[in-house]
Design a protein around this ligand. Structure first.
Ligand SMILES: Nc1ncnc2c1ncn2[C@@H]1O[C@H](COP(=O)(O)OP(=O)(O)OP(=O)(O)O)[C@@H](O)[C@H]1O
Length: 278
């Protein structure tokens, strides 16, 4: 799989002198599901703002679809890489939901028909069609979050990045959001989430990126989440499923499971081997 995003030795210092990124490198394969993890202040949000061209590299490179992100092409980058902020109040500001979701496509100077089609499809994708004439101000947090996602979807990006997508959502809101993320990924969109939720990362992601202190600590498949050294360094806890199985070594599993579905099949295997599957 080709990489749709590549970051090479990227540095970024805020005006007050805070060095947020200190030579970070990583890659995101096209069509993949990536979870970005790391402790508070690791540089996740700062990195995400570089991936869609809101911040530009001070040193090092960010490449999107093979093109280096610069002041000249950052508008194109923003249309290719959609970013959903953690707090929908930072993103949803128009007087109606419809106005908000059409804002991006109107700015892209698409025809009225195309704007209508894209905004309609985007609202349908997040199950918010019936709220189109409502003021975002009157929506619940989870509904506003879905409007923010629709606004990004309406731009038809190749990559969608969500900063802490599950934060403050109730269990049902979180399930709805995960369904949306699965659907997007099944349709071929590259999806990246920054999260502190290791269980969500283990269940959903194909690729895990752990960052710490402005650098990449680890990049690889979900087995990274069961690695004691990495978890210790990044201050991550193991997924709940992994914790349970690490406590029962007498099961002698070939690999400690990270996901509920893997745990269930491991348990079934043990039951079968010991004749307790009836
Ligand atoms: N606008 C800003 N001005 C100055 N420093 C900033 C600014 N935004 C972030 N920082 C600093 O940059 C570093 C990285 O912050 P960033 O928000 O990227 O981390 P994060 O990994 O997203 O953290 P969290 O998990 O808490 O959201 C931190 O030390 C933070 O205090």
């Amino acid at each position: 799989m080709a990489n749709i995003i590549e970051v090479e030795d990227l540095f970024f210092t805020y005006r007050d002198g805070t060095q947020a990124l200190k030579g970070i490198s990583l890659s995101i394969p096209e069509g993949s599901r990536t979870a970005l993890l790391g402790p508070n202040g690791a540089g996740k949000s700062t990195l995400l703002l570089h991936l869609n061209g809101i911040y530009l590299a001070q040193k090092g490179k960010v490449r999107v679809m093979g093109q280096e992100v610069t002041a000249r092409n950052c508008k194109w980058v923003r249309s290719m890489v959609g970013l959903v902020f953690q707090d929908p109040d930072d993103q949803v500001f128009s007087s109606t939901v419809w106005e908000d979701v059409t804002f991006g496509p109107v700015n892209m100077r698409l025809t009225a028909d195309e704007v209508e089609r894209r905004a309609g499809e985007a609202l349908a994708a997040v199950n918010m069609e019936k709220f189109r004439d409502k003021a975002p101000y009157h929506l619940s947090y989870g509904q506003k979050k879905r409007v923010a996602i629709a606004g990004v979807l309406a731009m038809n990006p190749r990559v969608i990045i969500l900063d802490e997508p599950a934060a403050y959502l109730d269990p049902r809101g979180k399930d709805t959001l995960m369904e949306i993320l699965w659907r997007l990924s099944n349709n071929g969109t590259t999806v990246v989430i920054a999260t502190h939720d290791v269980d969500l990362a283990a269940e959903w992601a194909q690729q895990i990126l752990v960052i710490k202190d402005g650098r990449t600590l680890a990049q690889g498949d979900v087995s990274i989440l069961a690695d004691e050294k990495i978890a210790g360094e990044a201050g991550l806890r193991f997924p709940v499923v992994t914790q349970i199985f690490k406590h029962i070594p007498e099961l002698k599993l070939a690999a400690v499971p990270l996901r509920i579905s893997d745990a269930v099949s491991e348990i079934r295997k043990v039951l079968k081997e010991t004749g307790r599957d009836r």
